[in-house]
Design a protein around this ligand. Sequence first.
Ligand code: LCS
Length: 438
Amino acid sequence: MHLKKWQPNGSPLLKIVCSKPLELATFLLNLIFTYYLIYRYGAKMSHNKKLDFDSECVHAGMGEYEFGPVVPPIYQTSTFKFESVKQGISLFKGEEKGYIYTRLSNPTIEAMENAVAILEGGHKALGCGSGIAAIYTTFIALLKAGDHVICSKSVYGPTSTLLATLLSKFGITHTLVNSSDLEQVKDVLKPETKVIFIETPGNPTLDVTDLKAVAEIAHNNNAVLVVDNTFMSPALQQPLKLDADIVVHSMTKFLNGHADVVAGIIIVKDEETYLSFRKTLNLVGGVIDPFNSFLVHRGLKTLKLRMLCHSENAMKIAEFLENHPKVDWVRYPGLKSFPYYKIAQKQHKAPGGMISFELKGGHDAAETFMNSVNLCTLAVSLGGVETLIQHPASMSHYSIGKETREATGITDGLVRLSVGIENVDDLIGDLERALEKV
Ligand code: LCS
């Protein structure tokens, strides 16, 4: 009432101010809180957008957590307590942001997903229990009976086996092509082609596909371009920036980088695709768990450093092998003799850590050689800090059968090396001694 005393001329605005002091105070408090949020988080987000890739590797995905930890805590819980039934209802309706159940979302998983999405230049990401779960979820989300897929010939064995066995049961057809030859891709396009799936460099032949060119072919046909970026990681190749629509990874490899996790991820470019993929993943259930997410997030911090070291070591080893009299041929994207050297130079920031080669003497020579290495470990998988050596025809690509292997250029003598970050002279010494035994 006393406020009325200092209304000089009884203006309508002042009348409102004086008659509703509570509403006014609430309004002002809300305004201050909104500005605080923009200052605290908005400023940080816009700042992050300007960070270089190296800095993003270290900081991307970090949220705000109780007690101020500098890395995301491991929320090792399957479910989250609701404050009330009302809150449970509004969380399920999506009216309130929060966590319900770890198959749907979890703060540790979300932190890692955000980090990978930022590194790939995507909108959001979906963590999966393995690389093959990420690939399966992507196919299931995008395809229906009657649809057709074009897939690179040179892909991880079970990727094409998945198309040939499981997905074919549901009326999804596919054609394998050498996707480095764009004419082959155009030749097999059909109106029903809904997905072009490219792995580049391909496992294990290292064939490189021109992503910008194949994206144009896909989009002219209203198809979606999915790229498996496992071999390069976003440190060396960012397919979304080359017009791909979706990126998948086996995070078991370079993203985690320490050979102690099996995991995968899907990175998408827009919210609509994200929501549809999230629904699919929730239903097929192939999600990553919080502890593995934590480990992958930790691995990401050294991604750029590791990828540069893998590349530097691999370049020296590829040159050593190319000049060795017992080696028949070497395939490595950094070598001038590599058939896709030009496009590799354009598309990659560095040539990566994977080398394929064949010894004179084929399979038998390869077997003696692989049995004789010491520092290099005879094991499948790739992308860890330790050097791994394996035989695709009898191991990673056994499941696709001899005929498909031959058509893909996976000879019985092909040896695949995933070059680690050990001292390169130690590695060359080990390979040299093993070659002497052949
Ligand atoms: N994509 C690529 C390019 C791969 O190399 C692999 C696995 C996958 C997807 C599947 O990922 P996962 O489900 O195993 O996490 N590659 C392997 C390899 O070459 N040897 O052993 C596994």
